[in-house]
Design a protein around this ligand. Structure first.
Ligand code: TMP
Length: 237
């Protein structure tokens, strides 16, 4: 395999940075050790978090690629990051839920842990200055953020990804409570982009309901890197 030339930093977010490569259609993503909560209001550096998220995310995207889901992921580069296809991110967070928790519980007064009779899907508009507000299909189309066809495709893929991920984590003794996805436009159509990791999923131990995700940081429950290492250990087993 040809060595990857890592060029200029094109973008830096709260948990990742994106770099150019020698190929204009390919990018490198590097994961940072920063953890944030409350839209950046609380911040910490957690040694090892970036590497754990990269390794967990690369395993998940490899599984999804093998299952036929279109994703941006090309391959893991070890400590250099992840090689991905360039795509134009649709500015929406697509949140899928299987069990009530977090903002769903707060908004609808449903206790955390209550099973939902069917998976749900909701959108947030990706805009830090606005605090990523929830947005509906009509708003999305009125603002020209995505077309009918793109929304139908992202919803279809999101529920399919939910089935694949839920089964994947179930085998590791983990309940997939909810998660956030982002999609991008590529010359070949919509592809899953961004990351899937314990930063973007709620994962509870199947037996004890212990939290093994970013809520450990958000809620000050203890050792975040230890929880992420446990997720990696279980999906590697
Ligand atoms: P919520 O209950 O706070 O709305 O979060 C639902 C899921 O989406 C949870 O697994 C965390 C994830 N998420 C992100 O990854 N990024 C975000 O900006 C938000 C709001 C949620």
């Amino acid at each position: 395999m040809e060595p990857v030339i890592i060029g200029d930093k094109l973008y830096e977010g709260k948990a990742k940075a994106v770099y150019a490569t020698g190929d204009p259609d390919v990018r490198v993503i590097k994961y940072k050790d920063s953890a944030t909560a409350g839209n950046g209001a609380r911040k910490a550096e957690i040694a090892g978090k970036g590497e754990l998220n990269r390794r967990i995310c690369s395993k998940i995207f490899t599984m999804l690629n093998n299952a036929g889901i279109p994703t941006h992921f090309i391959r893991d580069l070890g400590e250099d990051g992840q090689l991905v296809k360039k795509c134009a991110i649709i500015p929406l967070e697509v949140i899928v839920r299987n069990v009530a928790a977090g903002s769903f519980s707060a908004r609808f007064g449903v206790p955390e842990g209550a099973a939902l009779s069917r998976p749900t899907l909701e959108y947030c508009y990706k805009d830090d200055a606005l605090g990523d507000p929830m947005i509906n299909d009509y708003h999305i189309k009125a603002l020209g953020l995505a077309s009918d066809g793109e929304l139908a495709e992202t919803a279809r893929l999101s529920f399919e990804i939910n089935e694949l991920l839920s089964a994947y984590f179930r085998k590791a003794g983990l309940r997939l409570v909810d998660f956030k996805l982002e999609f991008g436009r590529t010359p070949d159509g919509i592809a899953l982009a961004d990351e899937i990791s314990p930063d973007t999923c709620r994962l509870w131990d199947m037996e004890t309901n212990a939290k093994l995700d970013k809520d450990v940081f958000r809620r000050g429950l203890g050792d975040l890197a230890g929880a992420y290492a446990e997720v990696l250990r279980r999906i590697s087993g």
